[in-house]
Design a protein around this ligand. Sequence first.
Ligand code: SAM
Length: 397
Amino acid sequence: MKSDEQENIEKLEQFFRMLDGCIGQNSLVRLILGKYRGNEPDMKTAEIRLIRIKDQDLLSFVYRYRTKDITKNFPIKDGIETVRGLLGKDFKSAHMFLLTEDVQIEFSKRDKCTLSCSKATCSYAPEKSHNREKERMISQDRAFLTVLGIANETHQVFPSMARKWKQINVFLELFQRAVSSSRLSKTQNINVVDFGSGKGYLTFAVYDFLRNSQGVDAIVTGVELREDLVQFCNDVARKLGMDKLHFCQGDLNTYAPGKIQVMIALHACDTATDLSICMGIRSGAEIIMCAPCCHKELRPQLIVPPVLKAVLRHGVHLGQEAEMVTDSLRALLLEASGYETQVFEFISLEHTSKNKMILGVRRDAAQDKKDEALSQINAIKDFYGIRNIHLETLLEV
Ligand SMILES: C[S@@+](CC[C@H](N)C(=O)[O-])C[C@H]1O[C@@H](n2cnc3c(N)ncnc32)[C@H](O)[C@@H]1O
């Protein structure tokens, strides 16, 4: 009988034969080394792909750290040797995406190696030109983009979907930064819930990004009121073998969430944003990302302070003021609940008019910070004569 060590050697050799072969045939889409167990404190993954610079084929390594990426390019032979030096030692898993199949090698806690192959997730021949994906968080060849109608069969984004494509990439960039700055930065399992997931564009993107670009074992759930959209998204997820991506039909007013580490709610109407934030806070989410829309709650409540009469007598200004006050109060309530919070425009207005994001990352906030946020909320309520804030009522603060 073969020893574990012998079996490991054979599986590694088989893996490296495949790597060698696919580089020769230009069918390596990318290789991701994950499960980092080395000594560098903030290292997460290494992503490797073939590039061509000045007529020379190279292996480009992007080492992804918590807050930065470092790129190093190697001649092919040296690059393969570098992978040999890392796999099974600093990195305990490798996921190789080929045009013909996906290959995964993984080391258990006892260093027993398993090698498995599955259906190819990528079907698009990779370009070797340098900087191909500099501005993109995911590659245009991802199958879900075609099935959801963002790109065509040859992976060109439809002109009518160019804004959505831009929004997905900007969102993923913010998402990655938020994860890196949170307690989830070193976690290999992340649980995400997307409230009001609609047709699932961002839900699919987050799932694909976490699992295939970041090598994270993500479970992603979309919650959506419309049964037809839920059915559609589940069909697509099953068709693409996205086993840990699920959509469930539910109303945020009554939905009972399980574990949530990242709460997303993009363009959930009016107080649906508040319901989502409340569920995120109550479930102890590490990250809360929402882009509110249709602010209806506060406008009828605002009693215009005399000094602002000349400003807010214009309906357009009153609407903008109500929106700004609503989102400021949401941010303060997040701070009072222990989240470091930012409010910013996440995509330029030329791409969408719904462009404001509230981002909360859970910290160990000191009690005096929480008290300060609560006293600011009370001061704003007094100033505008506000009686009810939906999120405050939900949180019972
Ligand atoms: C404007 S769409 C946004 C879709 C997606 N988040 C995006 O940004 O692409 C809002 C979605 O929220 C869903 N929705 C609205 N109220 C809801 C509720 N109470 N419970 C669950 N979903 C809701 C709608 O059906 C709709 O699909």
